[in-house]
Design a protein around this ligand. Structure first.
Ligand SMILES: [Zn+2]
Ligand SMILES: [Zn+2]
Length: 438
């Protein structure tokens, strides 16, 4: 048993006379842990104070779970000495209410890894969860998925979920530096069976349906973890996730060197679509209402920028394309008016990629769709695009680093979310780091 274990100090470091957890274990269990730790097995001493029906994180550390992990350690859960409990986490309690809290460090179940988070970027979806406009978010929950970290423990083996078109970056070892595809497909539905697992009808997403990475540690299925090339530092690699979203949108729009692409919305996602399109040789026209965002897009290499709020915006885009209109329009805003605008702007025979999440009904002009013979394409998450994104960054074909405008300690996550909501022109991407102190 001990031969499979690489343990510095055990999970249970925080237990002791002043930690009631140890006392709550049955004699048998405690004896097993003591016996195990003397042999170097990583065991856990999750605190029960935070567990309960209203705390999904705590639920993972129920007595049963703790017993399971103790049992699992005897079957080969391995950990490094970089695990400590409790851990600090940013948790959203309800709309516009959040806290920095100490929670028990989660335990990796079968086929899962415990990851020590080095850096985690804030995404628009984290802001939606904070604002109460993310309908799938269950409160209380830890958001955050644009992360880079290090595998510090691996749960017992299980068969990996292999799906058509899903890249699996095995093998994973303790100490590996990884980034995260937060999507957890079911593996059974029609899209899962046919190579489109990102459209899984039962899709669960880490940071939405399960605890995310705005914490010192989090647990992820191994299939979701991709190795970070050594040449990339943590900060730039944390942008692999939004760049991968950009790859998916570019793939959906079949964007290539002959295209002129109008991107409506120059937020972090629109800018990532831009960087990938430019890497493919396309010319980008950036459209936004914010002069600051347009200046940003220009700095990143946009061929032209158009303020969508000006009355001659459509005429200007037509003029920039010799009267044809852009061959591709990517809508990265998610409003009925901008979706309609995309259909009007795009060249006849062109493609419209819908990336912004729009909850409202949209009126589609049937005659325009047919007359222009448009491809109207949704784009969702990552359809096997993570390796593509990491490769674009590693080869410097895409340099997303300028997107990071704010670097803050984890303790100031709420402040960063408020800044995103109130001053969107001032912030493109904030990264949080649990080791940075206020
Ligand atoms: Zn994201
Ligand atoms: Zn599925």
């Amino acid at each position: 048993m001990a031969s499979t274990v690489l343990c510095g100090k055990p999970f249970g470091e925080a237990s002791g006379p002043d930690n009631p957890v140890g006392d709550r274990r049955s004699t048998t269990t405690r004896d097993r842990i003591v016996a195990a730790t003397t042999e170097g097995v990583a065991a856990t001493a999750g605190s029960r104070e935070d567990s309960g029906p209203d705390n999904p994180v705590g639920d993972r550390r129920s007595t049963t779970a703790r017993d399971r992990i103790v049992a699992a350690t005897t079957e080969g859960v391995v950990a490094t000495g970089r695990v400590q409990t409790p851990m600090r986490a940013f948790r959203i309690l309800a709309a516009k209410t959040a806290e920095i809290v100490d929670l028990p460090t989660p335990e990796p179940g079968p086929g899962e890894a415990l990851v020590k988070v080095h850096v985690c970027g804030l995404c628009g979806s984290d802001l939606h969860a904070y604002e109460g406009t993310q309908p799938f978010f269950r409160y209380p929950e830890i958001p955050g998925h644009e992360m880079v970290g290090e595998i510090v423990a691996i749960g017992p083996p299980r068969e990996l979920l292999r799906l058509p078109n899903r890249p699996i970056d095995e093998p994973w070892r303790i100490g590996d530096r990884v980034t995260l595809d937060p999507a957890m497909p079911c593996g059974h539905c029609f899209p899962c069976r046919t190579g489109r697992y990102n459209c899984c009808v039962n899709l669960r997403v880490l940071s939405v349906h399960a605890p995310g990475a705005l914490a010192e540690f989090f647990v992820a299925p191994l299939e979701c973890l991709f190795h970070v090339p050594d040449a990339l530092d943590d900060e730039i690699a944390s942008l692999a996730e939004p760049v991968s979203i950009g790859c998916e949108a570019n793939n959906r729009g079949r964007i290539g060197p002959d295209d002129t692409v109008a991107i409506i919305g120059a937020g972090a996602i629109g800018l990532c679509v831009q960087l990938v399109a430019q890497a493919r040789g396309a010319r980008v026209i950036a459209c936004d209402l914010s002069p600051e965002r347009l200046a940003f897009a220009a700095k990143l290499g946009a061929f032209a920028t158009v303020n969508a709020g000006e009355s001659d915006a459509a005429a200007r885009i037509a003029e920039l394309t010799g009267g044809d209109g852009p061959s591709v329009v990517v809508e990265a805003v998610g409003k009925p008016a901008t979706i309609r605008q995309a259909l009007d702007l795009v060249a006849a025979s062109g493609r419209v990629v819908l990336l912004g999440l729009c909850r409202d009904e949209v009126t589609i002009p049937g005659s325009v769709m047919v007359r222009k013979e448009l491809d109207f394409l949704g784009s969702r998450l990552h359809g096997g695009t993570f390796p593509q994104a990491l490769n674009l960054i590693a080869t410097s074909a895409v340099d997303p680093r300028p997107l990071i405008t704010h670097r803050l300690p984890l303790d100031r996550t709420e402040e960063a979310l408020k800044l995103m909501a109130e001053h969107p022109g001032d912030i493109v991407k904030a990264t949080l780091n649990a080791e940075r102190r206020i």
